[in-house]
Design a protein around this ligand. Structure first.
Ligand SMILES: Nc1ncnc2c1ncn2[C@@H]1O[C@H](COP(=O)(O)OP(=O)(O)OP(=O)(O)O)[C@@H](O)[C@H]1O
Ligand SMILES: [Mg+2]
Length: 255
């Protein structure tokens, strides 16, 4: 359903992603993990069309996305919860959600899986605060609005960039309910998450990124028991040979 084939992308002359390939099948939950600066958010930006691909191919359900602008990717079933959330702060919770619902109804009539009432039921605090302006909510509550809005776009693949960041463990439990709901409705998930424990609980397999490349792929038991594994530690510490284009010189003692 989502095919990323040798994707390159970056910022101006700076290439960050170098030949990234991944696949997410229909209804599958897949994680992307890796250290700070690995290129995870850059990948999300390229997937949702905020930055152009400079090489390779992106396809959804067999259709090339290269020529699809960011505003039209939700109509192809791709919704994203970005780092920083990007909500309309001046509008209320309900207004933010209704805007997404209308967009979803306009572009994804035949794929409708989530209603406004269901989203409110998923996050009861949003129902209580529905008349409050979003900019007055806490970070965790804004994150719930961002997720609710993404669901109302009626995706068949939801991409989430670090949804656990800054959230209290209790709030994160609410998001885990979302993961379960996605699974039961066969909505695919591409979860960018540095916390391997959280990522492994929510997904079936994972790509490990470092230095703008995919350096490993973990399935089954290897992935479920990845917390603390040497394989992953090497990626996080930058010791993977393929991940480095320029070797770091060894430290020498200063005489
Ligand atoms: N707008 C930008 N302009 C130029 N370079 C950028 C920009 N955004 C990110 N970068 C660079 O791209 C590289 C990858 O950053 P990216 O944000 O994709 O990493 P990440 O894996 O999401 O990291 P984190 O775990 O910290 O969120 C970094 O070296 C970063 O400095
Ligand atoms: Mg990031």
């Amino acid at each position: 359903m989502l095919t990323i084939d040798s994707l390159s992308a970056g910022y101006g002359a700076l290439t960050i992603l170098q030949g990234v390939s991944m696949r997410v099948e229909a209804g599958e939950a897949v994680a992307v993990v890796g250290p700070n600066g690995a290129g995870k958010t850059t990948l999300v930006r390229a997937l949702c069309g905020l930055i152009p691909a400079t090489g390779g191919r992106l396809a959804k359900d067999g259709t090339d996305l290269g020529a699809t602008p960011a505003t039209q990717r939700p109509a192809r079933g791709l919704a994203v919860v970005l780092e920083g959330r990007h909500l309309f702060g001046e509008l209320t919770v309900r207004e933010n959600l209704v805007l997404a619902e209308r967009h979803g109804l306009g572009t994804r009539k035949d794929h409708r899986r989530f209603s406004l009432d269901e989203v409110m039921a998923l996050f009861p605090i949003l129902d209580e605060r529905r008349r409050q302006r979003v900019q007055l909510l806490s970070g965790g509550q804004q994150q719930m609005v961002a997720i609710g809005r993404a669901l109302l776009l009626q995706p068949d693949l939801l991409i989430m960039d670090e949804p656990s960041t800054g959230l209290a463990p209790k709030v994160f439990k609410d998001i885990q309910v979302v993961f379960d709901t996605l699974r039961s409705r066969r909505v695919g998930l591409l979860l960018i998450e540095q916390n391997v424990r959280i990522a492994a609980a929510a997904t079936e397999r994972a790509y490990v990124m470092a230095m703008g490349r995919v350096i490993d792929e973990l399935h089954g038991v290897d992935w479920q028991q990845a917390v603390g594994s040497d394989r992953l530690a090497r990626a996080y510490l930058g010791g993977h040979s393929e991940a480095r284009s320029t070797p770091i010189p060894e430290r020498r003692a200063v005489a």
